[in-house]
Write a protein that binds this ligand. Structure first.
Ligand SMILES: *Cc1c(COP(=O)(O)O)cnc(C)c1O
Length: 334
């Protein structure tokens, strides 16, 4: 079976870098949604707790249950709010708000420009009135930035709109509510950080990329992907490998088949523009559902050590490269 290795030292390094920006590890909420961006939810939850992180963000109640023992507070992005001491749930439209029970902890998402989820700022006062009238359990108000990683003024006007949200909320007299807006890119672009928590995803995994105008980031990739040898042969000059025989040997060469394919969440890509593994071996011919061919006879090969590099090759993003990796691949901490 292919294997995913999780580098604990690099993970802790990244968390330290982030803590320098947020000023405190208590302000870091690690985003572990979607199986921790493919890294493995439980492994990353455990390592985060070992480092001293107390808060997490997950996609749904199922993930929240898996992470519950490791954190004191968990923000759930999607799904019906339920009453649970440690969980709070994002509510992002008026209709949902009116249907939510009064005991479940909720965090109101406000749309400051992403126009995907979140109530409009012009509805905020109405929403806060409903929350007060029904004596609902509001614990946070949040927004999400659409282009924090891109060099432009967009982050600034979204921040300004969120400042207005904070003022409206404070004037409404609802106390004890936390505010948060920053994702990884916003944390690293911020001159100073003064919110209650930052929701940090891609940076903890070392996959953050910012526009080149910004200072070099000191983050290290946490995940590496390895494949095991299934069989080895000598490919004679002129023989062709795999479906459609897209790769043709120009000389006799020793090749092996390794146990990784698009069924494991690896990209199929374009065989005329082969991906180079972390060890500099081009994938020979087409990627199959469960196999790739390489010129090697090593028992284990390293396919990827930095999702950012692989993403460049596949015209993708580091988020996608790791999140796609199948849940059934074993994950080990090294
Ligand atoms: C995924 C997500 C984040 C984390 O974003 P990164 O760019 O990975 O840091 C933060 N907030 C919300 C609402 C998200 O969905």
């Amino acid at each position: 079976m292919a294997i995913i290795k999780i580098n604990k030292e690099n993970f802790f390094h990244n968390l330290n870098q982030i803590a320098l920006k947020t000023g405190s590890i208590d302000k870091i909420a690690v985003v572990l949604k979607d199986n921790a961006y493919g890294h493995g939810l439980e492994i990353m939850a455990k390592l985060s707790a070992e480092f001293g992180i107390k808060q997490a963000v997950v996609i749904d109640t199922e993930e929240a249950m898996q992470a519950r023992d490791y954190f004191s507070r968990i923000l759930v992005l999607k799904g019906k709010p339920i009453e649970e001491k440690k969980f709070s749930f994002v509510v992002s439209d008026m209709q949902t708000l009116e249907g939510v029970g009064t005991r479940a902890k909720i965090e109101l998402k406000v749309d400051t420009g992403m126009h995907r989820n979140g109530i409009a700022i012009c509805d905020l006062e109405k929403a806060l009135r409903i929350i007060k009238l029904r004596d609902m359990n509001l614990v946070g108000i949040m927004t999400h930035f659409r282009s924090a990683d891109i060099l432009s003024s967009e982050l600034f006007w979204q921040k300004q709109l969120f400042n207005r949200v904070k003022i409206i909320a404070k004037e409404s007299g609802l106390g004890g509510v936390r505010f948060h807006s920053h994702n990884s890119a916003a944390v690293f672009r911020a001159k100073s950080f003064d919110e209650d928590i930052a929701r940090v995803g891609i940076a903890i995994y070392g996959g953050l990329e910012l526009d080149s105008a910004y200072a070099e980031l000191n983050l290290k990739p946490v995940l590496s992907l390895w494949a095991k040898r299934i069989s080895t042969r000598v490919l004679k000059k002129g023989q062709r490998v795999g479906y459609a025989g897209d790769f043709r040997a120009e000389k006799n060469m020793t090749t092996s088949t390794y146990d990784l394919g698009y069924g494991d969440g690896w990209m199929r890509g374009d065989s005329s523009r082969p991906y180079m593994t972390a060890e500099g071996l081009p994938i020979l011919g087409r990627v199959s559902m469960d196999f790739v061919s390489l010129e090697s006879d090593a028992d284990e090969v390293c396919i990827m050590t930095d999702a950012r590099t692989a993403a460049k090759h596949y015209d993708s993003i580091s988020y996608e490269m790791t999140t796609m990796l199948s849940m059934s691949i074993d994950r080990v901490v090294v």
